[in-house]
Ligand binder design. Structure first.
Ligand code: E4P
Length: 218
């Protein structure tokens, strides 16, 4: 399973990338706002830090302008993945950009039917927003299960399921159990994945005992 980090904060991206476990990055207009930085410059910088796919989102709703924005974003770096919304114009843009060889992430997916359309449009990634579905009192992970079931029936679909709107570590674990290809995870949740109180306690006990031996390895 690939791990993307869901942030436009360059310092956070560098920190997570240093673990050697980071496969890509996702951003969106809200994350760009939060970063307080110009989008194009930020995406370019992120692309130079992380060699994997870096999602940069279009902000128009009509096909012509969205395609123009997508082409401009794609020129920023080889690893830019253009993000388009799951609308008829978004999917039309997806198809056109894919034919030009650009990676596309179709975002704001909330149903299995939408995911099916995105695969038919040749999306590189489909982003179902599990946390936002949970927020509505439904089960976001059930959608991942449905999409994985559908995609598995059609091995010629090359679209990867990118679990988005992740709110806690269980979302990541459940996504992995279902065989989802990617999870895009906020930095604090990636850090939580490392943590276990028994790891901390166990390490402390080993180090205390090691100190008592008076030995050193180096
Ligand atoms: C990532 O591609 C999405 O834009 C992001 O995961 C949305 O997360 P949110 O629901 O926490 O805003």
């Amino acid at each position: 399973m690939k791990f993307f980090v869901d942030t436009a904060d360059v310092a956070e991206i560098k920190d997570i990338a240093a673990t050697g476990l980071l496969d890509g990055v996702t951003t969106n207009p809200s994350l760009i706002l939060k970063s307080g930085r110009p989008m194009l410059e930020t995406i370019k910088e992120i692309c130079s830090i992380v060699p994997g796919p870096v999602s940069a989102e279009t902000v128009s709703t009509d096909y012509k302008t969205m395609l123009e924005e997508g082409r401009k974003l794609a020129k920023l770096a080889k690893n830019v993945t253009v993000k388009v919304p799951l609308t008829p114009d978004g999917l039309k843009t997806c198809k056109a950009l894919r034919e030009e060889g650009t990676m596309v992430n179709v975002t704001l997916c909330f149903s299995a039917g939408q995911a099916l359309l995105a695969a038919k449009a040749g999306a590189s990634f489909i982003s179902p927003f599990v946390g936002r579905i949970d927020d509505q009192g439904h089960d976001g992970m059930e959608l991942i299960h449905e999409i994985m079931t559908i995609y598995t029936q059609y091995p010629h679909f090359k679209t990867e399921v990118l679990v988005a709107s992740v709110r806690h570590t269980q979302h990541v674990i459940q996504a992995a159990k279902m065989g989802a290809h990617v999870a895009t995870v906020p930095p604090n949740i990636i850090r939580q994945l490392f943590k276990h109180v028994l790891t901390d306690n166990g390490l402390k006990a080993f180090l205390d005992d090691w100190a008592k031996t008076g030995q050193s390895i180096l």
